[in-house]
Design a protein around this ligand. Structure first.
Ligand code: GUN
Length: 297
C-alpha cells in the first residue's frame, strides 16, 4: 500500500484563510482587531526563527502582532511584570511566551501568570484542567493541528485505537486528551513503555512526538493506519549537508500506512495556523462574539 500524503502546508493555508476572513468580519462588524503578543527571552536561534514566522503570519491574517524581545538575563520579576501588563492590555487578546526559557526562569510560574483567557498556547494549568475534564478551553496548537488533520481525513475518529508516542505537556498529553475527547481508545507510550512496537502495531492512529529522528520503522505500522509525525529533527546527509526528518521513517511507514504527514510540510505549518485560530477564538470569547466553527476542538 502507498499512503495518502496529508498536506499540512495546504491545510494550514486554508485555516489561515478562514482566520483572515473572520478577522475582516470582526473589524467590519465590531471594530475589533485581534492582537497577539509574543514574548521571547534570550537568543535561542530556533526560537528566533519561530517568533519571526509567528509575527509575519499574524500580520498576514490581519491581526496586530506585538513582539517583546528580552535579554537572556531578564529577571523573573521583570518578565512577570511584562506578563501582568499584557494581561491588562485590552488590545492584546493572546499571549505566547516562547519556550524553552533560560534556566534561571521558572517556566511553570511564568506560564501560570498568563491570564488563562489569553493563553493561546493552552499551557496554563486552568486550560490543562479544562481540557482534561472536557470543558471549553484554549487547546495547545500542535495537537489541535493534528486533530484537525485527523478529523479532515477520517470524519469521525470514534472507536479508533490511537497511540501517542511521547508524553510532553506541549504535545503528547494534550494530544491524548483530544483523541479521548473524540472517543478514541488511547495509549500514551514513552521511553519506558515495555513493548512499543506492539503498542504501535495495534493502532489505527499513530502520533509520534518524541524528538528522535526516524525512530518508528514501517514494520511497526498496522496496514492502513494513519501516521501523524510531529517530529522535526535535523540530521546529517551521507553526501554532506543536513536535512529535516520526522520521528517516523517516512519511506518505510508510507509503504504500509493508509495516510501519513510528511516532514517538512505536515504538522509543522499547522502549529502557527492553530495559534492564529486560537488568537481569533480568544478575541471572540473576550468580546462575546460567536466563535468560528471548525477552528477549535
Ligand atoms: N516551543 C516549542 N513549541 C512551542 C509552543 O508550541 N509554544 C511555545 N510557547 N513555545 C514552544
Amino acid at each position: 500500500m502507498s499512503a495518502v500524503r496529508i498536506d499540512g502546508k495546504a491545510f494550514a493555508a486554508k485555516v489561515r484563510a478562514q482566520v483572515a476572513e473572520h478577522v475582516t468580519r470582526l473589524k467590519q462588524d465590531h471594530g475589533i482587531t485581534p492582537g497577539l503578543a509574543v514574548v521571547l527571552v534570550g537568543e535561542d536561534p530556533a526560537s528566533q526563527v519561530y517568533v519571526r514566522s509567528k509575527g509575519k503570519q499574524t500580520v498576514e491574517v490581519g491581526m496586530n502582532s506585538y513582539e517583546h524581545k528580552l535579554e537572556a538575563d531578564t529577571s523573573e520579576s521583570d518578565l512577570l511584570a511584562l506578563i501582568d501588563r499584557l494581561n491588562n492590555d485590552p488590545a492584546v487578546h493572546g499571549i505566547l511566551v516562547q519556550l524553552p526559557l533560560p534556566g534561571h526562569l521558572d517556566e511553570d510560574l511564568v506560564i501560570n501568570a498568563i491570564d488563562p483567557a489569553k493563553d493561546v498556547d493552552g499551557f496554563h494549568i486552568s486550560n490543562v484542567g479544562l481540557l482534561g475534564t472536557g470543558q471549553k478551553s484554549m487547546v495547545p496548537c500542535t495537537p489541535l493541528g493534528c486533530l484537525m488533520m485527523l478529523r479532515d481525513h477520517h470524519g469521525s475518529l470514534s472507536g479508533m485505537d490511537a497511540v501517542v508516542i511521547g508524553r510532553s505537556n506541549i504535545v503528547g498529553k494534550p494530544m491524548a486528551q483530544l483523541l479521548l475527547g473524540d472517543s478514541c481508545t488511547v495509549t500514551i507510550a514513552h521511553s519506558r513503555t515495555k513493548d512499543l512496537p506492539g503498542a504501535v502495531r495495534r493502532a489505527d492512529i499513530v502520533v509520534a512526538a518524541v524528538g528522535r529522528p526516524q525512530m518508528v520503522p514501517g514494520d511497526w505500522i498496522k496496514p492502513g493506519a494513519t501516521v501523524i509525525d510531529v517530529g522535526i529533527n535535523r540530521i546529517d546527509k551521507p553526501e554532506g549537508g543536513t536535512r529535516l526528518v520526522g520521528d517516523v521513517d517516512f519511506d518505510s511507514c508510507a509503504a504500509v500506512a493508509g495516510a501519513i504527514t510528511p516532514v517538512p510540510g505536515g504538522v509543522g505549518p499547522m502549529t502557527i495556523a492553530c495559534l492564529l485560530a486560537n488568537t481569533l477564538t480568544a478575541t471572540c470569547r473576550a468580546n462575546g462574539v460567536a466563535e468560528p466553527e471548525g477552528l477549535t476542538a
